[in-house]
Structures are given as C-alpha cells and as structure tokens.
Design a protein around this ligand. Structure first.
Ligand code: XIL
Length: 502
C-alpha cells in the first residue's frame, strides 16, 4: 500500500447483486431519539453566536446543530497539538459534536513498548471532547500502520496474545468514554484480499473476529467498527468488506458498523456511495463517513472550490439518504491541519476551512445539505462569475465600505458595524471577516452569526439580511469581553473583498 492508494478511483469490476434498502434500520430511530435528547445541552455550550433577535433558524447554523436535527453527528479529527490553537478549538467546539483523535489512540502512541501503556495524549482529547459536549470515536485498536516494530518482530505465536492484551487494556481504559471503536483499521488490499500484516500472518482471517470479540468484552457499550478507505463506492474492496461483515454477522460476532474513510480526490465521490452504504445497513450494521477530505491539486481555483462544495454536499446527502448512516466526520478542522499536503505531494485545500479557519464553499454547501440556509454567497466558477450579475462581489476593489463604532468599559465592549454595498451588483449572502484585538472574546451578536469567538472571525448574514442591493446597507453588532485592549478591528473584508472605511 502506498499513500497514493487513498481515494484512488477504482473500476467497478464484477459486482454481486446489491440488496436494496429494507427501510429504516431499527437502531436508527433509537439513535436519533437519544442524540436529540442530548442536542439541547450541546447547543447550549456552543460558541457559535446567533442573533439576539431570536430569529427562527438562527440557532441552526452550526454543522452540529443542523446534523443533530437530522439525527446524525458531524465530527472532526483533532490531534493533541490542535488543542493549544484557540482559533482552531473555537471552530471545533462550535461546529462539531464528535471527535476522532488523529493519532493519539494508535498503537505506537498507546503501547510503544510491550506492556507499557501511554494514555496521556488520548486522555487529553477525551477531556477536551467532554468539556465541549462532544463524543469520541476511538481510533484505532488494530492497524498495520503506526504499529510499533516490537509487535511485527514478535514470534507469530505471541501476536494473538499481544493483540488481545492491547485491545483489552486500551478499550478498558476508555470504557464508557468512547462512542465507538475502529477495532480493525484498513484490513483490506485494493483487490479485496486481506492485507498480510502481522495479525493476518499470525492468525489468518480469524484475527478480525477475535479483535471484535475482545473489544466487546472490554467495553460492551462501545459501537464496534471496521474502517477502511476506497470502500465508499461499490468495488472489489467494498465487496470484500461486505462479505466479511455478512460472515461476521452470521457467526454472531459483535460488529456494529463500517467506517467509510472517504479520502476523496476532487470530483471523484463515487456515484454508487449511497447504494453501497445501503447494502451495508441491510446487513444490520451502521455506516459512518469517518475521515472525509477532498483533495485538490494546488493551487486551488474558484472552480475547484465549487466542485469541492458539490462533493461535500453529495457525501452528506448520501449519508442523510441512508437510514443507519450515523454521522460524517472530517479529517481535521481546516486545511492547515490536514494530513493531505504532507502525504500527497502537490495536493491540499482538502477541508471545509481554509488555512485561517475561514469557511470555504464546501462549508456553505454542507450547511445547505444539512438543511440550513446558505450562510454566504457561494463563489461561482470563475468562468461564469462575470456572467452572473446577481452574485456577490467577485473581486473588484472598493465594492464595500464598513463603519464601526466601539463603546467600551473596563472589561467589555459593544461594537456596531454598518456594511454598505458600494458595488454595482446585488450581494446575495455575505460574510464579513475581521480580526479581533488580542484578548477580545465575543459573547453575543445581533443581526449576524459570529464565529469563532476570538481571533479572526466571520460575521455571517441571517436569513433576513443576506441581500444587499447596490448602495444598500445593513447593521450588525456584537458584545465582547476584553482584557485591556478594546480596539476596533483594523480592517474588514466582505465575501473576501477588502472594504474601505466609512
Ligand atoms: C493519519 C494522520 O492524520 C497523520 O497525522 C499520520 O501521520 C498518518 O495517519 N487513514 C486513517 C488515519 O485511518 O488514521 C490516517 O491518519 C489517515 C488515513
């Protein structure tokens, strides 16, 4: 396996008959009920700030609140180092309700030498998740990669014991604290044969059932998953996963779900993804999109970002269309956190947030797919932008101006902002980006959604003030705490175009 296999498009080959969706999976109703019960508490802790006017729908503008209303979760991967980036965590805690540790629960971290365990990094992720009302997907217990060399150097007669001890110790440590475990990660080769890793070589194909049974014994409440890439559409590899899950179910082996990693290449979300998910749920397991990203050959064009937006919408719609698809997780919060540039040379821009945690068109498309109102104008492909007079500012300088006034007291301030469209085209949906002075934290906002609460933030229109005719103005504002610096932002940009003052 090379890194470049991730997301590789596969020819469909010979595909066995696909069972059709038998209707709602019984566990889906229960899952939805339980999740919705928790939704209010999670929403109460959200950093995403909605208009004080209490407009209908305003509270539903985060990915997680929209997802929860649809009965699914929306997650992200986080690494321990991510936790010290306050701009990142503000987005993470306001938008996502599920966390997958990026590396911290893998074998090389948790048991770097035989019998000596290190759960500190994983515990840090769990604490962050708990503190922010998020659940955790445990990732992962058994994987050929990020496996310390002591495991692969063991005599084959000792591998089963080492695997069972590892699973038992880790799953017991996190018992009751994880929603699910990726028990075995990436077991298959591209042709659907099992990967000849240390576990297969020692135990044959039975290692998978053994791993699942061992995990279930340690944490009976955790949902147990097999997770792999290039199994999103119907192909030889997903057929093999399908056959494996069918066989495990028929033997009564505890298995609750299949994780579709979903490391896509721009424009290559398989058209068979929904049907593929349906055939898995027909076996009586859940499915989840576990590691979504959509990589672009750099530099990314406006047309690329628009394609990425439709790719994200397609994935979310596929999940929403399948009873038993429990959630979607992106692999990393923003482009700055993504593994893609370091793994796939020349590729990047693979997530919903840019390097400065500004939402990209894929974020807006995700909000829309989840039933929310489009937060900002979705940039159109550059080829058609000039032919679309009702689209927002397309780059002409000086097409907006912003006046702001700050009223400060010793620890707080209010700021009123007037935005004027000085261009000749109507703006349909806007976002105003600006950077708060150090120490300022937004606590409430009116006539806009403001997120995150500190650093570089974006104020986004609500449903009733998204349209700005040429010469039109709108007023928004927010309240913030400060630690001595009550300065106004130095500059503002509307839909990516810098505004003049006034
Ligand atoms: C990646 C991490 O993001 C990187 O930091 C690490 O160097 C390699 O692994 N499939 C998986 C994830 O299941 O665990 C991988 O995460 C990405 C591919």
């Amino acid at each position: 396996m090379t890194a470049h296999d991730y997301g590789r498009r596969r020819s469909s080959g010979a595909i066995p008959p696909t069972p059709h969706d038998p209707g709602p999976h019984p566990s889906r109703t229960l899952f939805r009920r339980g999740l919705l019960g928790a939704a209010a508490a999670v929403a109460a802790g959200a950093l995403l700030l909605t208009g004080m006017g209490g407009q209908a729908g305003a509270a539903g503008t985060s990915l997680k609140s929209l997802a929860e209303a649809k009965g699914i979760y929306f997650g992200t991967a986080l690494t321990q180092s991510n936790l010290s980036n306050s701009t990142l965590t503000a987005v993470a805690s306001s938008q996502f309700d599920m966390v997958t540790p990026g590396n911290e629960m893998k074998w090389d971290t948790t048991e770097p030498s035989n019998g000596s365990y290190n759960f500190g990094p994983g515990d840090a992720i769990v604490s962050y998740a708990k503190a922010n009302g998020m659940r955790v997907r445990g990732h992962n217990l058994v994987w050929h990669s990020q496996l310390p060399s002591w495991v692969s150097s063991l005599p084959t007669s000792q591998v089963q014991g080492a695997m069972e001890a590892h699973i038992t110790t880790e799953a017991t440590h996190y018992k009751g604290q994880v929603y699910s475990w990726d028990v075995v990660n990436e077991p298959f080769n591209e042709d659907g044969t099992l990967r000849a890793d240390a576990f297969y070589n020692a135990m044959g194909s039975g290692y998978i059932a053994d791993a699942l049974r061992t995990a279930h014994a340690a944490d009976p409440a955790a949902k147990l998953y097999l997770n792999d890439y290039n199994i999103e559409g119907e192909n030889a590899k997903s057929d093999a996963m399908y056959n494996l899950v069918a066989s495990l179910k028929s033997q009564g082996v505890p298995i609750d779900g299949v994780g579709l990693e979903s490391h896509f290449i721009l424009g290559q979300v398989p058209s068979t993804m929904k049907a593929n998910m349906q055939r898995f749920t027909a076996l009586g397991v859940n499915v989840a999109v576990t590691e979504l990203d959509d990589r672009i050959a750099l530099p990314a064009s406006t047309a690329n970002l628009a394609q990425q937006a439709s790719d994200y919408a397609a994935v979310i719609n596929d999940c929403l269309g399948v009873s038993g698809c429990v959630g979607v997780s992106q692999w990393g919060v923003g482009d700055a956190d993504s593994w893609i540039p370091g793994t796939f040379s020349g590729y990047g821009a693979a997530t919903m947030y840019d390097n400065n945690y500004q939402p990209k068109p894929a974020y807006n498309a995700s909000v829309t797919a989840l039933g929310g109102s489009t937060a900002t104008a979705t940039p159109t492909p550059s080829a058609s932008a000039s032919a679309s007079p009702t689209t927002g500012p397309t780059g002409a300088a000086g097409s907006c101006k912003v006046a702001d006034t700050v009223n400060a007291w010793n620890t707080g301030l209010t700021e009123n902002i007037t935005i004027t469209n000085t261009g000749s085209s109507t703006v349909n949906g806007w976002s105003l980006a600006f950077t708060l002075a150090p120490g300022q934290t937004v606590t409430s906002a009116w006539n806009a959604t403001v997120s995150p609460s500190s650093g570089t933030v974006t104020a986004t229109n609500l449903s009733y003030n998204g349209t700005l005719a040429p010469g039109g103005t709108t007023q928004i504002g927010f309240q913030a705490t400060h630690t001595g610096n009550a300065a106004a932002p130095a500059s503002f940009a509307l839909n990516g175009v810098s505004c003049s003052a006034g």
